[in-house]
Write a protein that binds this ligand. Structure first.
Ligand SMILES: *[C@@H]1O[C@H](CO)[C@@H](O)[C@H](O)[C@H]1NC(C)=O
Ligand SMILES: *[C@@H]1O[C@H](CO)[C@@H](O)[C@H](O)[C@H]1NC(C)=O
Ligand SMILES: *[C@@H]1O[C@H](CO)[C@@H](O)[C@H](O)[C@H]1NC(C)=O
Length: 411
């Protein structure tokens, strides 16, 4: 007796279903039935004397366990495999939360949480664990994955030829229209956007583990994003930041001096910052400028890092690419290698200043090119075989959008 018209996002519920669903909650049951009877009597409409129609959007709701759910009828929630946690739509719906802890499951419910089996206890099983995600509605063309908890084995640090590679454990995405790098290590609070191509019905998220001695944990929120909204990320952006300021952090970056953890090999992705109205540039700073290990991106073929802040031709292996980046605020910077030059690639250690002499001070950097984008590229080898070598721990940058000034470039 329940009809769902997904394309307009409303749920129609027949009078019988309301009586059934409301039985658990006697007060709303009485109110509802007397209200509908009254309006039918006044209007004298025969159709309404057979069916009362209650409509409510399948919108986001906050569940009583503080997870985000979808407002559905009790019957729809159990058909989706979810758990009712609190009510919504003035009591006509339940806040339906779907947490999946099994491997090989399928979901099409917005705001699904995918957790390791036994979460929040550790998962030590070796093998492949996948989740198949299909569209919640036909207008969905993107997923936003939020890594609420994400701990897998660290990348290899023992064999020179494979340092930085996700060899013991990896998280991978297949079926996406964009290229998603495999990641491992610690990635809580990171996110990713996954594009779903028009001919694709399912995207597969997989965690592939080997060995039983690693304690893994994951809790990944999967948000389904319709096309052409103001929160749909541009196609080329694996990460998308919509605030005026925030942090760009390499996967598996952990600020620690012992052990120093390295960034991942085989990365090539773009972090994009949505240009706020009236903003013309971005300032980038090190998250912890006074720390000993704020920044380290390898500069040599073996994955080691030479001293100094390096740029452009000195960064052939791994780099951060920021269009025409310099230490000059509010100025039009066009040339490279003169007193006031700009660079496009950065690597090295400690911090950065982009001037002709590429000194190592930890100075703010600015870029006035739109769209605001930072690309991170790494090759097959990072390096942590001996602790004595210069380390390769990745980056943590804060970004701050810079307002347009009349004297500034509009890039
Ligand atoms: C039902 O009727 C009561 C009393 O007239 C009113 O307070 C309430 O808002 C109505 N509820 C709905 C859902 O129309
Ligand atoms: C619920 O959503 C809000 C807004 O996106 C977010 O801040 C919060 O962390 C979410 N909670 C969970 C458990 O996902
Ligand atoms: C999924 O939920 C998010 C909020 O978490 C919302 O912004 C988005 O529009 C929803 N997607 C669909 C397809 O309804």
């Amino acid at each position: 007796m329940s009809l769902s018209i997904r394309s307009i996002g409303w749920v129609l519920v027949s009078a019988l279903l309301i009586q059934y669903a409301a039985r658990a909650d006697a007060s709303s049951s009485e109110t509802l039935i007397s209200n509908s009877t009254g309006s039918e009597g006044q209007r004298g409409e025969k159709f309404l004397s057979l069916f009362s129609i209650v409509r409510f959007p399948n919108s986001l709701c906050l569940a009583s366990n503080s997870y985000n759910g979808t407002c559905l009828t009790t019957a729809e929630c159990s058909a989706k495999g979810g758990t009712a946690s609190g009510s919504c739509a003035s009591g006509f719906g339940v806040c339906c939360v779907l947490t999946i802890q099994t491997c090989g499951a399928t979901t099409s419910l917005n705001n699904t949480y995918w957790q390791n089996n036994g979460f929040s206890s550790a998962y030590t099983t070796a093998g492949q664990c996948s989740l198949f995600v299909s569209r919640a509605s036909s207008d969905v063309d993107q997923l936003r994955l939020e890594f609420l908890t994400f701990t897998l084995a660290q990348p290899d640090s023992a064999t020179l030829s494979t340092t930085g590679q996700c060899i013991t454990d990896s998280f991978t995405v297949s079926g996406s229209a964009n290229i998603v790098p495999a990641i491992c290590g610690s990635n809580a609070n990171q996110h990713m956007y996954i594009n779903i191509g028009p001919g694709t019905s399912t995207v597969t998220l997989s965690i592939i583990t080997s060995g039983t001695s690693t304690s893994r944990y994951w809790n990944i929120r999967i948000i389904q994003i319709p096309e052409n909204t103001d929160y749909t990320a541009p196609d080329n952006c694996l990460q998308w930041f919509t605030e005026a300021s925030g942090k760009l952090v390499s996967f598996n970056y952990q600020y620690a001096t012992s052990p120093v953890v390295q960034h991942l090999a085989y990365q090539d992705y773009t972090m994009c910052i949505r240009t706020n109205q009236g903003f013309c540039g971005v300032k980038y700073d090190l998250c912890t400028p006074t720390a000993s290990y704020p920044y380290g991106i390898s500069t040599k073929a073996d994955g080691t890092v030479a001293d100094g802040t390096l740029m452009d031709a000195s960064c052939p292996y791994d780099w951060l690419q920021i269009p025409c980046v310099s230490d000059q605020a509010n100025s039009i910077v066009t040339s490279v290698g003169t007193t006031v030059g700009c660079a496009s690639k950065l690597c090295g250690i400690t911090g950065f200043t982009v001037t002709a002499d590429a000194t190592t001070a930890t100075t703010s950097l600015y870029s006035y090119r739109r769209p605001f984008e930072v690309r991170f590229y790494t090759d097959s080898k990072e390096f942590l075989v001996t602790a004595a070598a210069a380390e390769n721990w990745g980056f943590c940058l804060t970004y701050t959008q810079q307002p347009c000034l009349s004297s500034a470039t509009s890039g």
